[in-house]
Ligand binder design. Structure first.
Ligand code: UGA
Length: 403
């Protein structure tokens, strides 16, 4: 453990602590550091095993309350993961989506600018907009963004997220880092409709639900869109690389420090990461640490966090998940229903639109933080689907009609 992770007087505030990424981050902070955690969310059902942990304090609240925002900003490191981020909601709930993804983060950013906290803000790969099937790598500081028309309310989320990024970048005195996730997958992602959530979750939970219920997987517009799915464990390792570099460049870092304090120091030493088999390597310049350049900065930067080697079309994803499900269940894949194509409008409602390809450039995270995602697609999918089957099988049994 590097000294900065060994500091038991340090507290990280995790906003959205009860969510998919937040719950993994909480576990990792408790396992890899001696820090305390101030966790904020509207529900904590994923955190039952942590609720009485001696190093955790939880607050059931959201960022609509200015007093909550002020309180969060008193901690030296604030990670904001709170967001409405399921595409099925971007159409019918556009205003709520914009409030959650612009108004609330903007208020938190202003409070952090005043207090001196380091804000690690989770944005989205969707800020690259309506990318075409032949679009290339999306580069943080040079790729232009094109969005669909105002009638295509799919883009309510992306434009709110993009505005939040711009607001954060424009705030004087704020020490910030923006993270743009590329389709993170893993245990606890989203929900199972009718069991612990309503509506349409993102594709992985949707396909997992259909497989568990023996229903056909729905391919929106034939499943031609492509995504680079990234294991949530790689995402957490990225955050630790970021924390290590950011806190390492200002060892006395705390609320009230100048945002420029020591922020140009080299990253790389003592980071943690995973090897190709997904095994955790802590505190070494290991397989996923690919030589951070001296003089790199971590503040005032947006980073893609994705695995460019895990690109797959949604139709291919469906076939992979059918095969994994058949293996997990010990059945012949030919007994599972074939996927079915459905139009986007029919499936999600009016205003749906799509990005056809989302391929991250990972060069900046490698260059500035020495980080590269390593967990292969099949490993990530198998872990996610196996977890889903185990976690929801009982719930499904309970929902079965009496014979
Ligand atoms: C969503 C969010 O909007 C992003 O902000 C977020 O960063 C991203 O997820 C993510 O997880 O990182 P998107 O990639 O479009 O964006 O999310 P999904 O709902 O998982 O859809 C992926 C693709 O699968 C889309 O082309 C969608 O049309 C398709 N899809 C989805 C299906 O074919 N069938 C389904 O049942 C669900």
């Amino acid at each position: 453990m590097t000294p900065r992770f060994d500091d038991s007087s340090f507290t990280v505030a995790i906003v959205g602590c009860g969510g998919f990424i937040g719950s993994h981050l909480l576990d990792a902070v408790l396992e890899r550091t001696r820090w305390r955690v101030f966790g904020v969310d509207l529900d904590f059902y994923r955190l039952q095993h942590r609720l009485n942990h001696e190093r955790c304090e939880f607050l059931c609240a959201d960022l609509a309350d200015p007093a909550v925002v002020e309180r969060i900003a008193q901690f030296p490191l604030v990670v904001n993961l709170a967001a409405i981020c399921t595409p099925s909601r971007y159409m019918g709930e556009a205003c709520e989506v914009i409030r959650s993804n612009y108004d609330h983060p903007a208020a938190l950013a202003e409070a952090c600018a005043k207090s001196g906290a380091w804000l690690v803000h989770f944005s989205t790969s969707e800020i690259y907009g309506k990318t075409a099937a032949d679009s290339g790598e999306l580069v943080e500081d040079s790729t232009p963004a094109v969005f669909g028309p105002v009638t295509a309310s799919r883009w309510s989320y992306a434009t709110a997220k993009l505005l939040a990024e711009r607001f954060i970048a424009g705030l004087s005195g704020l020490r910030w880092t923006v993270v743009r996730p590329f389709n993170f997958v893993g245990p606890y992602m989203d929900f199972m409709p009718g069991v612990d959530g309503e509506g349409i979750p993102r594709v992985l939970a949707n396909f997992s639900t259909a497989l568990l219920r023996g229903e056909p997987l729905k391919l929106v517009n034939g499943g031609k869109a492509k995504r680079c799915f990234t294991s949530v464990h790689d995402a957490i390792d990225f955050l630790f690389a970021l924390f290590d570099a950011g806190l390492g460049c200002a060892l006395s870092f705390g609320v009230g420090d100048s945002p420029d304090a020591g922020c140009k120091t080299a990253a790389g030493a003592g980071l943690s990461g995973r090897d190709a088999a997904g095994e955790l390597k802590v505190g070494v310049t290991g397989a996923s640490m690919v030589g951070a350049a001296p003089g790199a900065g971590v503040f005032s930067q947006a980073f893609n966090v994705g695995n460019a080697e895990n690109e797959v079309s949604i139709a291919e994803l469906a076939q992979k998940m059918r095969a994994i499900f058949a293996k997990v269940r010990g059945v012949d894949v030919s007994t599972l229903p074939e996927p079915q194509s459905v139009s986007g409008e029919e499936y999600y409602g009016a205003g749906y639109d799509d990005s056809m390809r989302r391929m991250p450039s990972v060069a900046k995270a490698e260059r500035l933080l020495g980080f590269r995602a390593r967990i292969p697609l099949d490993t990530a999918l198998e872990e996610s689907l196996s977890w889903f089957v185990k976690h929801y099988d009982v719930a499904e049994t309970c929902h079965c009609e009496e014979p």
